[in-house]
Ligand binder design. Structure first.
Ligand code: UDP
Ligand code: MG
Length: 309
């Protein structure tokens, strides 16, 4: 099979049919053999019914139905685990990523690239807070990680079978696929596109999910936050040492000392705050290690028309 299209879907009943149509047209235009792998990530609407309906009419439609909502990155991972194509496209179900771009992406890949990702020139119809937080996150991440993760890029991309086979050997539980894909290497390039508004329905990415996703990206690809804690610890200790000398000198040499409630409160609160942040950062790494040690399955499949590999 030439192309597998992996589509994570969560409450996308308004978009499934339209997406199927547009993807099918694109694939016909490319005249390739293909499959559309819908991963239903515990939708609470009619998404899975619609997908099964399509599967009944078109045998190229495959589905993986999760037992509950496991999150976007895990849904994509499940699709990658079970798809069979030589090239794999990852695309959102809400038509924010225009399926027609796949034609160009596929051609670019044929020029000798293992990964062609789509870079957003602009994003329409999203709140300024989302744009701002996402923009800040991508920039911070690209500054503090050891590998170069492309800025303003989602998971919309086409990747070679070789890369997917390597991803399958990366068993980490906190998935940050775009980082993992960069990390793999090979020849990677990008195409620019205009990110569209959602066709229907609403975003499944709450700010909470976004924050978690950002922390997965940072903790998965950088130790800088832990290092900052250490440096800060040294700095604060150094200052504390100076204050200690001052306190001792003023008590015993100058014998001129204040009751000092203000400075005491300030330093206690300050150091307390720093410690809390430090422990929090360590906790973020620790909880992710813990997830990996528990070694539970990444997702649970309730139903699928693809045989497990
Ligand atoms: N999605 C998912 N599980 C989730 C949230 C989202 O599979 O828990 C899917 C969703 O159906 C869509 C894609 O991931 O195909 C991107 O999500 P969304 O459009 O909600 O995010 P946004 O574009 O607003 O960042
Ligand atoms: Mg979207």
């Amino acid at each position: 099979m030439d192309i597998s299209v992996v589509i994570p879907t969560y409450n996308e009943e308004a978009n499934v049919d339209k997406l199927y149509q547009r993807l099918s047209e694109v694939m016909q235009q490319l005249s390739v053999s293909y499959e559309l792998v819908f991963v239903n990530d515990g939708s609470r609407d009619r998404t899975i019914a619609l997908i099964k309906d399509l599967a009944g009419r078109d045998e190229r439609v495959k589905y993986i139905d999760f037992s509950r909502n496991f999150g976007h990155q895990i849904a994509v991972t499940a699709g990658l685990d079970r798809c069979g194509g030589q090239a794999i496209v990852i695309i959102d179900a809400d038509l924010q990523d225009p399926p027609e771009l796949i034609i160009e992406m596929y051609q670019k890949m044929k020029e000798g690239y293992e990964v062609v990702y789509a870079k957003r020139k602009n994003r329409r119809g999203e709140s300024w807070l989302k744009l701002w937080t996402a923009g800040a996150f991508y920039r911070i991440l690209s500054n503090i990680t050891s590998i170069s993760i492309p800025v303003d890029t989602g998971d919309f991309r086409i990747i070679d079978r070789k890369v997917v086979d390597i991803l399958k050997q990366m068993p980490e539980k906190s998935k940050f696929l775009r980082g993992q894909i960069s990390w793999v290497g090979f020849n990677q390039t990008f195409l620019e596109y205009e990110r569209q508004e959602r066709h229907g329905g609403e975003t499944g990415y709450t700010y909470r999910k976004m924050l978690n996703f950002a922390l997965d990206g940072i903790t998965g690809f950088s130790d800088l936050p832990l290092k900052i804690v250490t440096y800060f610890g040294f700095l604060v200790s150094f200052v504390a040492f100076l204050v200690m000398i001052y306190a001792l000198v003023s008590r015993f040499v100058w014998e001129d000392y204040e009751p000092g409630w203000t400075s005491l409160m300030i330093s206690v609160l300050f150091i307390g705050g720093i410690q809390m942040i430090a422990i929090g950062i360590i906790g973020e790494y620790l909880s992710r290690m813990n997830q990996n040690i528990r070694n539970r399955p990444l997702y649970i499949v309730k139903d699928s028309n693809i045989e497990a590999l």
